[in-house]
Design a protein around this ligand. Structure first.
Ligand SMILES: [Zn+2]
Length: 78
């Protein structure tokens, strides 16, 4: 029963540019990496990662592949 409620709630949080885990504003997250000319990956202070689509200027959850891209970029920097 809980599962049915969680998905729409998360969608509302993301639409309001808030982390679905801790409701921290994603615009204030300071860990961000540019993936390509459209997407910026943002990591919340709680560790969840989101994609900022700079064309639409909206957030969504990062896919596993995008998560991996972020991790790979971090490795290159070090
Ligand atoms: Zn968070």
């Amino acid at each position: 029963m809980v599962k049915k409620l969680i998905a729409p709630f998360q969608k509302i949080l993301i639409e309001r540019r808030l982390c679905v885990g801790c409701t921290h504003p994603l615009d204030k997250a300071n860990k961000r990496e540019i993936l390509d000319d459209k997407r910026t990956i943002v990591q919340c202070k709680c560790g969840r990662r989101f994609i900022l689509d700079r064309e639409l200027n909206s957030y969504r959850r990062a896919t596993l592949e995008e998560d991996q891209e972020y991790i790979n970029k971090k490795k290159k920097i070090r």
